[in-house]
Design a protein around this ligand. Structure first.
Ligand SMILES: Nc1ncnc2c1ncn2[C@@H]1O[C@H](COP(=O)(O)OP(=O)(O)OP(=O)(O)O)[C@@H](O)[C@H]1O
Ligand SMILES: [Mg+2]
Length: 369
């Protein structure tokens, strides 16, 4: 007997919402598990309210869904393993696999997987022995929490041994790594997809980060697909992955990190005319034929919560004065400054990057007026 839901999502933020929207267009029934209520996903589909690290709640999603996927990499792999047993389902219900997830959710294991596979990425080592780390990595170094970092939270730069010491209250409790500082020319990102029959990659995009939050994404003119695909293969990944890279002056690329899910840097595909990352994600999860990752050049600008924000509709109206501009709003109830609230895609015609910046300026000023 078929389950009630075609796809269950672990997590209920904007990535689950936009995946659910893609699934619903194809007529699929969706469920999400989410700690909050009135969240981006639960506004548009059935939801179970519960903690993402609670095996019992995860098992509930497994019991009610034919296929299951996730929207963040912080759900403990152990809790998922326990939930497989509780629900009496095989591991293959979940995409991406729990093995790839457990490697990715520990930034040190992720680095070690790259090294073992010969995929270029910064050398990293545990900070449990700081003297050894300093000797092996040298300065300047970047230190990172092995688990749970996002939007640059859990990332610090240490130019000297004294600076490293000044962060002891962070790393002193354990669970941190040190890695080589990469003097990159720019940051790139690409969405990779792998299933039984295909492996492929969406275009390589340039990403601009401001205060550690992705700000703008636009076509890079580079092609990092070979390294990006090799990185996903290095963790045994199946499904859709966001791959963040550093490009050096020489043109060489290094892996920064992988995300086993749709990714902010793939949002441009919602309007580019080809298959979107969310469509592709749903097809992968359903084990359906894939789309080919081709479309028009598009620039994405994130819309972040602003101090003094009022009605977003005023912002949306102002932004789309440019007929090539499309608004995506996630429906988050609370708009904290810096929080990802939506994004704009600009395509068609010239100067898409400049036009995306201008459209966002119009959005922000009308929203906060
Ligand atoms: N080894 C490095 N050398 C130089 N800069 C780095 C290095 N590692 C990270 N950074 C900078 O810090 C940013 C955040 O790092 P990282 O991507 O590891 O953190 P995160 O918090 O997991 O990611 P996100 O911001 O994607 O959620 C990177 O996008 C890059 O700008
Ligand atoms: Mg990152």
């Amino acid at each position: 007997m078929a389950q009630r839901y075609d796809i269950g999502f672990l997590g209920g933020g904007q990535l689950a919402r936009m995946s659910i929207q893609a699934a619903q267009r194809m007529g699929l029934q969706c469920l999400s598990l989410d700690p909050g209520s009135d969240t981006p996903a639960s506004q548009i589909a059935d939801a179970i309210q519960g903690a993402l690290n609670d095996p019992e709640r995860i098992a509930e999603v497994f019991r009610q869904s034919n296929r299951v996927t996730l929207e963040n990499e912080f759900i403990p792999a152990d809790a998922i393993q326990e939930a497989f047993e509780m629900a009496g389902v095989g591991e293959d219900i979940l995409l991406p696999g729990v093995g790839a997830l457990s490697t990715i959710q520990d930034k040190l294991l992720q680095r070690q997987a790259m090294e073992a596979a010969g995929v270029p990425s910064p050398r990293a080592i545990t900070l449990d022995d700081p003297a050894k780390a300093a000797q092996t990595i040298g300065f300047p170094m970047v230190i990172k929490a092995r688990f749970g970092g996002y939007d640059g939270k859990g990332t610090r730069y240490a130019k000297t041994a004294e600076e490293l010491e000044s962060f002891r209250d962070l790393w002193g409790r354990g669970g941190w790594l040190a890695e080589r500082f990469v003097p990159f020319k720019r940051e790139l990102a690409a969405m990779v997809f792998i299933d039984e029959h295909n492996r492929g990659c969406f275009p390589t995009m340039e990403t601009v980060q401001t205060n550690h939050v992705c700000d703008l994404v636009f076509p890079s003119g580079a092609d990092a697909s070979e390294v990006a695909i090799a990185a996903v293969e290095a963790v045994g990944g199946k499904g859709l992955f966001g791959v963040e890279l550093f490009e050096l002056d020489s043109g060489e690329v290094l892996i920064n990190e992988l995300a086993p899910r749709p990714h902010n840097t793939g949002h441009y595909t919602l309007d580019w005319g080809g298959v979107s990352q969310f469509d592709q994600h749903v097809r992968l999860v359903m084990q359906w034929p894939l789309g080919s990752p081709e479309g028009q050049e598009t620039c994405m600008a994130n819309l972040l919560g602003q101090v003094g924000a009022k009605d977003f509709r005023d912002g949306a109206k102002a932004a789309i004065e440019d007929p090539g501009c499309h608004v995506h709003w996630y429906g988050k109830v609370e708009s904290k400054p810096g929080r990802k609230m939506g994004h704009l895609n600009v395509m068609g015609g010239d100067n898409i990057v400049e036009r995306a910046r201008l459209a966002r300026d119009r959005f922000y000023s009308a929203w906060t007026r």
